[in-house]
Design a protein around this ligand. Structure first.
Ligand code: NDP
Length: 289
């Protein structure tokens, strides 16, 4: 494997050396990514015939998941709350690559809209095999400045939205179905300040996953929680104010890329993960190591 080897040098610990390591880590990621992409294009389409609904699929991690599941053969429905142009760009990108997709406007905090979105996906494609509960938000700030309204907002989207979408989707899922949460590495352990309400909701998602996995395992449906570490998106920009302690808390000393999360979701959505359920799978550059 073409991997850049980092040579131990006596200058370890100096700021220039650490900066160089960070650049090399990024480069190593880019080299590995292009190799993986080439390999993936020659592999079989493991999700052929499957229908996947990705909530919050118009930007960031959700958009990458939608495109990756489509590349693996699935037909895709995405939801979004505000940005219709971004949602339509994801649909067009999937169609341009020979796939099929629709976008449905549904605020995760609006239970009726979420239920209607699940029904629309099912009615349009005639089945539902994979639900990715990706829609989520954070309002980072010191805990003592956080308001009750902000707490309610993150609970409504990150927890209540997951409850509603999952209950609606389970009505249509058959054996082999997959429920995949996008939790967070901070649902396990929190290495950066400003995330108290958010971490509380992602901890809830973790236990929601474990409890539901036990309750519906007999139906042959798996429920898993993919927990990203710091991923460069509009929600958590690698150049943002809150980025420095997050990057420093990773073993790989870099932010992750949306495609690195999508790759794990594609595995969990696929046939090779059939005996994995109730699992919290981190993709966090070693933040929780
Ligand atoms: P972004 O803000 O970059 O993208 C969020 C996506 O969700 C957009 O498509 C947005 O579309 C949609 N969305 C936002 N609010 C709602 C809502 N109320 N109802 C429906 N859709 C909504 O976020 P990320 O991609 O960074 O995050 C995606 C998920 O990953 C979240 O659950 C987040 O908690 C989780 N995560 C992110 C990490 C990170 O470092 N980025 C780390 C760990 C977990 P629109 O603008 O149209 O509403």
């Amino acid at each position: 494997m073409l991997r850049i080897r980092l040579v131990e040098q006596s200058v370890t610990g100096q700021p220039e050396f650490l900066a160089m390591l960070s650049v090399q880590n990024q480069l190593a990621y880019e080299v590995e990514t292009s190799q993986k992409e080439r390999r993936r294009k020659t592999m079989s389409r493991k999700l052929e015939g499957k229908i996947a609904l990705v909530t919050g699929g118009s930007r960031g991690i959700g958009a990458a998941i939608a495109k990756r599941l489509a590349a693996d053969g699935a037909t895709i429905a995405i939801t979004y709350s505000k940005d219709a142009n971004a949602a339509s760009a994801v649909v067009k990108a999937i169609e341009k690559s020979g796939g099929k997709a629709i976008a449905i406007q549904a605020d995760a905090a609006n239970a009726e809209a979420v239920k209607a979105a699940v029904e629309k996906a099912f009615a349009t494609f005639g089945r539902l095999d994979v639900l990715v509960n990706n829609a989520g938000t954070a309002i980072p700030k010191p805990f003592e400045e956080a308001t009750l309204e902000e707490m309610d907002r993150v609970i409504d989207i990150n927890v209540r939205g997951v409850f509603v979408a999952t209950q609606a989707a389970l009505k249509h899922m058959k054996s082999g179905g997959r429920v995949i949460m996008i939790g967070s590495a901070v649902g396990e352990r929190v290495a950066a300040p400003g995330l108290v309400p958010y971490a509380g909701t992602k901890g809830a998602v973790k236990m929601f996953t474990q409890a539901l996995a036990r309750e519906i395992g007999s139906r042959g449906i798996t429920v898993n929680n993919v927990q990203p570490g710091p991923i460069d998106t509009e929600l958590n920009p690698a150049a943002g104010d809150w980025a420095v302690p997050q990057k420093a808390a990773t073993a790989l000393d870099r932010y992750g890329h949306v495609d690195e999360v999508a790759a794990l979701v594609a595995f969990v959505a696929g046939p090779e993960s059939s005996y994995i359920t109730g699992a919290n799978l981190t993709v966090d550059g070693g933040m929780n190591a």
